[in-house]
Design a protein around this ligand. Structure first.
Ligand code: 26Q
Length: 813
């Protein structure tokens, strides 16, 4: 948009006074933030309204991305960049004696997600709008996002994330678009006019009230919508009788129970066994979202039989799987289509992404729970299952009589959500090449054989606008200076940086920028936690959820072994290294919580020990999340991507770090393999078992962790350090970690990979010594990161799956 500094200052001062009732001099930072947010939102309004009018007028196919999680982080600066007003606003605020940085700190992170899957959804929102695809997000407006983490005495302690306490400037409540969602009750069946008709009776009714947030594309006039539903009791006086009897307690406890549905995000980033409230959440937003889509489709006057031609519905993992039976219900029970018609529309509308290979993380719900909470939905699932079984039985009963049972949607008293998604959609994709291949050839092999062509790969991506342009302004300017700013819209043109591969001046400046970013981060860390780190040390970074398969344990054991070596030989020639960890553990995941304590205990020991603390430092960064990541990533030298091969579906932090010039220490897992293909083996540090080897060891039970423990003295001493009193804790403190490694035969091959990890770490250190070599490696990583932009990912999804139109701009349409 066109905006000059003077106009902005005038608008802003007026807005600040109106919103806060105070003049500039007396305003608080929060007043200043709130006024700025409301003004920026207003600047966006014409394009926002214009976009939805244009989509309706153009009768275009639209994409709806259903996700339980949207981990958006802060939005203010994102919006200003997208609208092209960042510099003007920054200047205007400076003129007024204010600081954009300070103001933007007042914004709360929108932390409505656990990790990778939720952040992916947020990156996709940005890329859909920027690429020009009519695509919207549908989810839940949780009152509390992922818990806030404090480290107290080395332990993780969880606190509620009250992100809405000072209200959310970006959202717009849409009460007229509220819909009813029904739970429980019973199904009555009638035969009317020659067909079976189903009525739900005696249900519990919940109002789903949408709150819309604008999602602007990058300087293209397009503003899509993220629609999050909040649960409300039907009316405040929904039980008038009880109310007039003075039965307030009951009335309010019912209201409380209903509104619990959108209170809090479940903090597990792997499937945790069947909580009823979680299932309610899943049905709640899916039903509301579909009713909303149905309502606007019907308003368009187009025939219901064409529903799938105008609507593409994508489900982010199995969490929104009930979209399949719910769409069937709406098409049959409300729109009066027959099963075959409804099934064709449903399967052609829905597509599904799988994000995991861990068998135990596949979502399942007990039949009796599903049946009593959602009786009509369960009937439909049963019928989908019955029809599917009929086909697979006919096909396989002679060759492999068990196969039909294996593939069933309902089995062992449970509904298998992944099977429902595969059967009820037209596309099933994994999130990196290796992951998609393992899905098709191992985990979901029978389905891939049955549905040739349904399975495909869509390698994840990240929005390079947030993760490079906004969070690393120095590097962005350095890139633009060399190759122009086309990369902002066409990230693969970052490849042009390759011509600076051996340009000493360019590379030197690159290293100077890294150094400046390291100073920035050390200042940020000092300000937020009081910890000092040395910008001249290597920043070695592992930031991601805490999980055994991600192997933070491998990293910390290696650090412990370095400590032991240094204690023996203080003159060991090591480049000073700062190991940074950021990770939240699921509150009930005890092994993960012990790992946090272990990292902190090792940090306490090392950081206080004068013999080693010139060369080693270990820091656990509290409350890792989107905003913290934006501070850390530009400063990273080494990116730790060390999951057990075959376990990490893709990873996306690996892409963010690479894009900011970090060099990866990696196993051949997830998207690391594609990073290797992009940068070549000289620009990445590979180690460890391959996926195939991991499968083989697991199948033939030939791995003996204890033997490695016995035969590798250094590793053995590192493991024993957990219990021998070196750390200032009781010997039982880390028993779950120790016993997972030694008593349960190390399911994630930490011991097996230890030696090759230690070797590659040495090589990384040697490479870093050679400044020229290192800066060239860093440059290659940046230059080759364009394919990991979510713009590329979204274009792939749209080309192969959604097939929506792509708009350059909507200005003037
Ligand atoms: C399900 C049911 C009940 C409770 C919790 C859950 C649940 C919640 C979140 C299950 C899984 C998740 C999140 C999974 C996730 O983030 N997976 C990651 O997705 C990324 C994006 O594709 C990948 O890059 C990562 O490899 C994958 O681990």
């Amino acid at each position: 948009m066109e905006l000059n500094v003077n106009q902005f200052k005038k608008d802003y001062l007026r807005r600040l006074k109106a919103k806060s009732g105070r003049p500039l001099e007396e305003s608080t930072v929060w007043d200043q933030y709130h006024a700025l947010g409301s003004l920026i939102k207003e600047y966006m309004t014409d394009d926002w309204v214009g976009t939805s009018i244009a989509y309706n007028k153009l009768d275009t196919r639209q994409v709806f991305y259903f996700s339980m999680e949207f981990l958006t982080g802060k939005l203010l600066c994102d919006y200003m960049h997208a609208m092209g007003v960042f510099e003007v606003v920054e200047q205007g605020l400076t003129d007024l004696g204010l600081s954009l940085e300070t103001i933007s700190e007042a914004e709360r992170d929108q932390g409505l997600g656990n990790g990778g899957l939720g952040r992916l959804a947020a990156c996709f929102m940005d890329s859909m709008a920027s690429v020009g695809i009519p695509g919207h997000g549908i989810g839940i407006r949780f009152n509390f996002g992922l818990f806030e983490q404090k480290i107290i005495n080395g332990y993780q302690v969880e606190f509620p994330d009250r992100w809405l306490e000072n209200r959310n400037v970006w959202e717009v409540k849409m009460p007229d678009k509220a819909v009813e969602v029904h739970f429980g009750g019973s199904v009555r069946q009638d035969y009317i006019g020659g067909r079976n008709v189903f009525f739900l009776e005696n249900t519990e009714v919940v109002m789903a009230v949408p709150y819309d947030t604008p999602i602007p594309g990058y300087q293209n006039g397009i503003v899509n919508t993220l629609r999050l539903y909040s649960a409300e009791a039907k009316t405040p006086d929904f039980d008038l009788a009880g109310f007039s009897r003075g039965d307030y307690n009951r009335v309010f406890s019912e209201k409380y129970a209903v509104e619990a549905i959108s209170q809090v995000l479940y903090p597990d980033d792997a499937y945790e066994n069947g909580r009823l409230l979680r299932l309610k959440q899943e049905y709640f937003f899916v039903s509301a979202g579909l009713q909303g889509i149905m309502r606007s489709f019907k308003r368009s006057g187009l025939p219901i039989r064409d529903f799938h031609k105008y609507n593409a519905i994508h489900i982010n993992d199995t969490h929104p799987a009930l979209a399949i039976p719910e769409l069937m219900r709406l098409l049959m029970d409300i729109e009066e289509l027959n099963w075959e018609e409804a099934w064709k529309i449903t399967t052609q509308t829905i597509s599904y992404t799988n994000h995991t290979l861990l068998h135990e993380a596949m979502e399942k719900w007990p039949v009796d729970v599903m049946k009593s909470l959602l009786p009509r939905i369960f009937m439909i699932i049963e019928e989908i299952d019955r029809r599917f079984n009929q086909i697979t039985e006919r096909l396989y009963h002679q060759v492999d009589p068990r196969r039909s049972q294996q593939m069933a949607i309902i089995g062992d008293g449970q509904v298998r959500m992944a099977h429902l998604c595969i059967v009820g959609s037209h596309s099933v994709n994994g999130v990196a090449k290796l992951h998609s291949e393992l899905l098709a050839t191992k985990e979901l092999k029978p389905f891939n054989e049955f549905y040739a062509g349904k399975f495909n790969n869509k390698t994840n991506g990240i929005t390079h606008r947030r993760w490079l342009l906004h969070s690393n302004p120095r590097l962005s300017a350095h890139i633009t200076e060399a190759i122009g700013d086309e990369w902002i819209k066409e990230p693969e043109s970052l490849g042009r940086l390759m011509k600076y591969h051996s340009d000493p001046a360019y590379l030197e400046k690159l290293m100077a920028i890294k150094r400046a970013n390291k100073v920035d981060f050390s200042n940020y860390l000092h300000k937020t936690s009081g910890v000092s780190i040395d910008p001249d040390s290597i920043y070695d970074i592992q930031i991601k959820r805490l999980h055994e398969y991600k192997r933070q344990t491998l990293n910390i054991l290696h650090i412990m072994s370095m400590y032991l070596r240094l204690k023996e030989d203080p003159d060991l020639d090591l480049i000073p290294r700062t190991f940074l960890f950021g990770a939240k553990a699921a509150p009930g995941y005890q092994t993960a919580k012990q790992t946090i304590k272990l990292i902190n205990a090792v940090g306490d020991l090392i950081n206080a020990d004068k013999d080693v603390n010139e060369k080693l430092k270990v820091v656990f960064v509290e409350n890792y999340g989107v905003t913290v990541a934006e501070h850390i990533i530009p400063s990273a030298d080494i990116s730790e991507q060390i999951s057990t091969a075959s376990k990490e579906a893709s990873g996306t932090g690996n892409m963010k770090l690479m894009m900011n010039g970090a060099v990866t220490v990696a196993t051949l897992d997830g998207a690391n393999i594609e990073i290797l293909e992009a940068v070549g083996k000289d620009n990445i540090f590979l180690f460890g078992l391959t996926a195939e080897e991991v499968y083989r060891y697991t199948e033939n039970h030939s791995y003996k962790a204890f033997e490695i423990y016995q035969n590798n003295p250094l590793l053995r001493r590192a493991i024993d350090m957990m219990t021998d009193g070196t750390l200032n804790v009781s010997p039982e403190e880390f028993y779950l970690i120790r016993s997972a490694l030694l008593d349960h035969n190390d399911a994630f091959f930490v011991l097996k990979d230890f030696e090759s990890y230690a070797n590659i770490q040495k090589k990384a250190c040697e490479a870093y010594r050679d400044k020229k070599r290192w800066s060239a490696m860093s440059l290659v990583n940046i230059a080759k990161s364009g394919i990991f932009s979510s713009d590329r990912t979204i274009r792939d999804y749209n080309r192969d799956i959604w097939k929506a139109p792509v708009f350059e701009t909507l200005k003037g349409s």
